[in-house]
Every structure is written in C-alpha cells, then in structure tokens.
Design a protein around this ligand. Structure first.
Ligand code: ADP
Ligand code: GLC
Length: 464
C-alpha cells in the first residue's frame, strides 16, 4: 500500500485510520501486506530499523538520495525519509496554504514505491490511496512499462475523496519523470493541468472507493468533480467497499482516553463521560441535563458546516449544548469561535487537532452531527454508533450506507431547514429515555469491524 497517511504515524483524517488498520486485518486473512508512507517531521524514528540508505531515486534527471526505515505494527510500515521534502510542520501545508512543491513530494513517494517494490518488498498488487499515490500506476504504464521487474504487477487505486484532484501545471511534467506522451485528455491531463488523481483513475487496473453509494455518486455530474466521465468509462472495474473500523482503538469498553468505561450491557459510565466532557469544555453544570451534541471534523466545505451557520440561531436558542472540535478553513473556524463567544453557556469549541478530545467527544455526547455535503465513507458516525452516541447525518455516500432509521437520524436535502428538522426529531426522541436507550443499544451492537471489508479487498487482489 502506498499512502500519504497511516495512523498512528501521520494523520489528518480517516485515510490514516484506514491505512493504519486495514493491513493487519488483511494479514489475518493471509494477505501479506506492507505500507509505504513519507517520514514527515512529526514521525519519530525511535525503534525504526534502517533498511536502505541511501536509496537513490531518479525523477526527471534529478537524483534524490532517500533513505528507507521500517517500523513494525503487525505488518511492516516503511517510512520514506527525504528531509528536504518531508521534514516540515504539516503533512500537506501550513498556515500559508498548501506546500508549493507537493507535486514533487508525492511524485517522489510514488516513484520510490516502485524502487521499494524492486528491492525490498516484492508485491503482486500495489494498492494506491488517493491522489498522493496516483502516479504509481502512471509510472508503471508509462516509463516503466517495459521493466521486467513489474511484469504481472497489478494496481488498485482507492478513492477516499474525489474532491482533491492533486493538480499542478503541465509545465512541471519533466520534473516528475513521466512520459510526455501521457499528457493528454485520455491520460493524466485534467483541464490543462496534470492531475495525480486522474492518473490513478486512468492507469490503475482496478478502482475502488469507500462505500457503495459513493461509488455510484461519483459517476454523476453533481458529485463527479469533472471526473465523472472518466469514472463512468471505468465503471466495470470500480468497486464500492465500505471502510471497516479498528475497535481496539475505538471502543468505550477499553478506550484509555475516556473518563469511564461502558458497554451495551452497562451504560452507567457514559454519564460520567458526559460529566467529564461538560467540565472539560467549560460548559455549565446544567448542560448535563440537556442533550449534548458533538462535532469532530476537518473544517472543510465537504463537511456541510455552512448548514450549521444556517441554523445557528435556533441551535443557540434550543434546549441543548454543542461541543465542536476541528480545524481547517478559516471561515469555519471563525463560525464556531463566534458561536461559542455569543453563547458561552451552550456552545464550546476547540480549534485544533486533538485525538484524545475526539474520543472524549464521541463518548460524552448524546448526539453526533455530520451534515456532510458529500461523504465518501465517514468514520466518526461509525465510531459514534459504538459509543452509543446517536448520529444525525445527511443521507449521502457512506453516511447513508452505515446509518439506518433505527440507529440514527438522516436528512436528504442539503439545507439548514432539513438539518434542523432531523436534529429536532433527535432532540425530541431524546426526551423518551427508554426509547433512546434502545436506539443507542441497536447502534452499539452494529459490527463494522474490518472482517467483511478486508475479505472484499482480498478477493479483489486475487481477481487482479
Ligand atoms: P475525513 O477523512 O473526511 O476527515 P472521516 O470521518 O473518515 O472523515 O475521518 C475523520 C478522522 O479524523 C476520525 O478519526 C476523526 O476522529 C479524526 N479527526 C478529524 N478532525 C479531528 C480533530 N480536529 N482532532 C482529532 N481528530 C480529528
Ligand atoms: C476521506 C473521506 C471520508 C473517508 C476517509 C477514509 O477523507 O472524506 O469520508 O471515511 O477518507 O476512507
């Protein structure tokens, strides 16, 4: 697997959770897997084995003397070390925006994957995740097409999010070591630029995405980000495999970050978790007697946060409290900061990335809100189910596939009114605690472990 994120090494969102946990689930099925990711500044090398140093990679006439380290977590995770490109704060950018050389950073990742495959770990399938790994199939089909090492090696490209095309100007093509003949509309050209994502979509042997509904949605012009025609042309090899979750990390019976443990047969600890969250977030004690709504999210347009702005007034006036954790686009950070400043007794916000608090919000909230504009899979609503925190979600992508009327509340139309109706239904249902508890327990019993989905991947690898 080639990925820009894998928990616990580097994480900005659900991609890291998936790549951090799927390989071990595959290993249990007898699939020998390994992962390659960059060694960012935040990834310590303690306990890592130096495997190759230097590992020279040539890209467009320039030699990059990388080094390769290995950390074992059930399966090997190979860390690609090249400080000039990866030793920075932030995975993809900083407060000034995306790093301007991301095309080089992830071309190097993709090209190195093939040298790792040549010298260190000989795969039969290379499973590439999102645009950052999109050039792997492009190198294999272009400059390396006649390299005997890779005869018979197949590629699977998984779309975790079609909204990030990985674009850069065509002028940089020579630096990437690709074949200029690949720069055309049936290749990796997208609206006059190079798109790493499109490269993956066009050149991989098979494609997948992280829920069945999203696999359908991305073939429509509404959700296709201009790539729906490419996806429709490849629909025969496009699969929808819903993400699994790692219940050894997300489980209220054993979660080390939460104030008290609880389970479907003994829910007492959940109230302690709510108390702890209310106190921690600085909300008044009365919040304990009201429904507590939680949000943990990247603050991006995808997540439907403008709908929260639309309902800000009734939300603040309602008989509920809101806690939110997230970071990202300035407009949304400001939205939540303003809400909390205007309504300090009912809204509390933390801007930033905080894994521990994310767990505490899952455990301490009554309701979890995900009004996404689009959602390839979504993991937080699945974690919420296990924590007995009822999801209120927009019926899109993986949210629609994983939440049912019996376990959560869904709305269709992308509007503040529709969101408010769904949330109001949940708030009303909360008043009947017996019915609410029954709903919590139905959700807690749902099993989204990797068992089923890892098998689907393994079948797909075999088919390839
Ligand atoms: P996406 O990958 O689109 O961000 P997912 O729901 O698939 O959405 O996964 C999000 C993951 O990132 C979850 O594990 C969630 O807890 C975590 N996460 C998102 N924002 C934060 C944050 N600010 N602090 C801690 N964890 C976060
Ligand atoms: C993406 C999607 C999210 C999905 C995650 C892991 O970031 O936005 O819906 O759960 O990838 O596949």
């Amino acid at each position: 697997m080639v990925s820009s994120e894998a928990a616990p090494f580097a994480k900005s969102g659900g991609l890291a959770d998936v790549v951090g946990s799927l390989p071990a689930a595959l290993a249990e099925l007898g699939v020998e897997a390994a992962v390659l990711l960059p060694r960012y500044g935040s990834v310590p090398l303690d306990g890592a084995v130096r495997v190759f140093d230097p590992l020279p990679i040539w890209l467009g006439g320039t030699r990059y003397d990388t080094a390769l380290y290995r950390r074992d977590r059930g399966v090997p995770f190979y860390l690609l070390d090249y400080p000039p490109l990866y030793q920075r704060d932030g995975l993809y950018g900083n407060s000034d925006g995306d790093f301007p050389d991301n095309h080089l950073r992830f071309a190097l990742l993709a090209r190195s994957a093939l040298e790792v495959a040549r010298r260190v770990f000989r795969p039969r399938v290379i499973h590439c995740h999102d645009w950052q790994a999109g050039l792997v199939p492009a190198y294999l089909r272009g400059p390396l097409a006649n390299d005997p090492t890779f005869l018979g090696v197949r590629t699977l490209f998984t779309i975790h999010n079609l909204g990030y095309p990985g674009r850069c100007p065509g002028a940089v093509l020579p630096q990437l070591g690709l074949d200029p003949a690949q720069f055309h509309v049936d290749g990796l050209e997208f609206l006059g630029d190079v798109s790493f994502l499109k490269a993956g979509l066009v050149y991989a042997d098979a494609l997948s995405t992280v829920s069945r509904t999203y696999a359908r949605e991305i073939q429509t012009s509404e959700q296709g980000f201009g790539l729906d025609d490419v996806l429709r042309s490849r629909s025969r090899v496009l699969h929808g495999i819903v993400n699994g979750v790692d219940y050894s990390l997300w489980n209220p019976e054993s979660d080390p970050y939460i104030a008290a443990h609880y389970s479907v047969s003994d829910l007492a600890g959940k109230r302690r978790c709510k108390q702890d969250l209310v106190r921690r977030m600085g909300l008044p004690g009365e919040a304990l007697e009201k429904p507590l709504v939680g949000i943990v999210s990247r603050f991006a347009a995808q997540k439907g946060l403008d709908l929260i702005a639309d309902i800000a007034e009734p939300l603040a006036a309602g008989d509920l409290s809101l806690v939110a954790l997230g970071s990202g686009e300035a407009v949304y950070e400001e939205l939540f900061r303003d809400l909390a400043a205007a309504h300090p007794s009912s809204v509390a916000v933390r801007i930033g990335y905080d894994d521990r608090l994310a767990h505490q919000i899952e455990a301490g909230s009554d309701i979890f809100l995900m009004p996404s504009h689009y959602e390839p899979c979504g993991l937080n609503q699945i974690y919420s189910l296990r924590y007995g925190t009822i999801p209120v979600v927009r019926a899109t992508g993986g949210l629609d596939d994983t939440i049912e009327e019996g376990t959560g509340f869904k709305f269709q139309e992308y509007s503040g009114i529709a969101l408010w109706e769904a949330l109001s239904a949940a708030l009303a249902a909360w008043r009947d605690q017996d019915e609410w508890t029954a709903r919590m327990k139905r959700g807690m019993r749902k099993d989204f472990s990797w068992r089923v989905s890892a098998r689907e991947y393994s079948q797909l690898y075999r088919q390839l």
